[in-house]
Design a binder for this molecule. Structure first.
Ligand SMILES: *Cc1c(COP(=O)(O)O)cnc(C)c1O
Length: 364
């Protein structure tokens, strides 16, 4: 926590707004809108719920095809299954680790030949790193397919100085406990179109029609953010900038300190991208004498938790029947990559200890 969260929560309690409605929610939405180029914002119960509503608002239905980044957390793909649509997984490009534009276009062409033009593209900005937005938006526009940007890990990241989440038809953020800022659990759907965001709020509040009694003409969801969570979020937004700078400093520290180990490389920004570096990730070289599990277990033995990168969706048992366009990149990243301890409350002493334990293994 940043420090002022409890003050905002206290304020919510004093006002007695302990509900999925209240002034802290609208305030949180307003502040988030300012960070997102003035886009309209619906504060929701999770990032997953936000992705689900984005698909519903795009009219994605049973048996429709949705192209989805394969290299991601399952929460990007699960909402596609919620609406009964079929995900088609697209592998990564080597520079951004995100959706490969070449495979994306190939998949679209094939779907069109099958008479199954994709209804949406679920594009993920993994670990805070922007995807190749110029190429991807050009393809999406060429074929007129709406893009949902899953920016759950990428709040505060930009591409050509434009916030991630503001390129596609919808952007989604997550405020789950593990994200760069948190409301304990929570998420947000952003969109330029005021009407669509109003509709999202309506669906998220059980789709209650404007009548004195409870009248429903549509299926609703209980997806609104709690006012208490929004109060936490107001405190967290105050420290977002600081958190991004801390995350970037952590990445830079690891990169500097480990530069002598030729077998370890880092995911880097290009001149257009600015990453919040939600997690610092490393990649072991193909001919490294030490493999990812050896390094992970060595750290674990020293009471240091590190984690493999996300296991691609096309390799997940639950999605094994789904179509995929694979070039081997994400599987290779999964095999050779590791997330290092990146929490913003980590001390310099602990960072140094992680570095020394990694060096110890390579210099042994
Ligand atoms: C965390 C995350 C989500 C889901 O967000 P929740 O708020 O946890 O539901 C979706 N996509 C990605 C890439 C994430 O990391």
């Amino acid at each position: 926590m940043g420090g002022n969260e409890l003050k905002h929560v206290q304020n919510a309690f004093e006002a007695n707004w302990i509900a999925p409605v209240g002034p802290h929610i609208s305030n949180f939405e307003k502040k988030l809108s300012t960070l997102s180029n003035g886009f309209e914002v619906a504060a929701l119960s999770s990032g997953t719920a936000s992705l689900h509503l984005a698909l519903i608002l795009l009219g994605v239905k049973k048996r429709d095809r949705v192209l989805c980044s394969s290299f991601t957390f399952s929460a990007s793909a699960n909402p596609i299954a919620y609406v009964g649509a079929n995900p088609v997984f697209i592998d990564s490009d080597i520079d951004s680790w995100n959706m490969c534009p070449i495979l994306l276009e190939k998949a679209i062409e094939d779907c069109i030949l099958d008479n199954e033009k994709p209804k949406a593209i679920m594009l993920v900005h993994l670990f805070g790193m922007p995807a190749k937005m110029d190429e991807i938006m050009k393809i999406a526009n060429k074929y007129d397919i709406p893009v949902i940007e899953d920016a759950a890990e990428a709040l505060g990241s930009t591409f050509k100085n434009k916030p991630l989440g503001t390129f596609g038809s919808f952007g989604v953020y997550s405020f789950n406990g593990n994200k760069i800022i948190t409301t304990s659990c929570g998420g947000a759907l952003i969109c330029k179109d005021k009407y669509l965001v109003e509709k999202a709020k309506f669906l998220a509040s059980q789709a209650r029609d404007n009548k004195p009694h409870y009248e429903h003409s549509e299926i609703g969801y209980n997806y609104r953010m709690s006012n208490v969570c929004a109060a936490i979020g107001l405190g967290q937004l105050e420290v977002l900038e600081e958190r991004i700078l801390q995350k970037r400093a952590i990445k830079l520290f690891y990169k500097d300190q480990l530069s002598s180990i030729k077998e370890i490389s880092f995911l880097n920004e290009n001149e257009d991208s600015y990453s919040n570096f939600w997690l610092t990730t490393i990649l072991l070289s193909e001919n490294s004498t030490i493999d990812r599990e050896q390094l992970r277990l060595h750290l674990e033995k020293n009471n240091i938790e590190s984690r493999p990168l996300w296991k691609p969706m096309h390799l997940q048992p639950v999605f094994k029947e789904c179509k995929s366009y694979v070039n081997g990149v994400s599987e290779d990243l999964f095999n050779r990559g590791l997330c290092l301890p990146s929490g913003t409350n980590i001390s310099v002493a602990d960072l140094k200890r992680v570095v020394s334990k990694i060096k110890e293994l390579y210099e042994a």
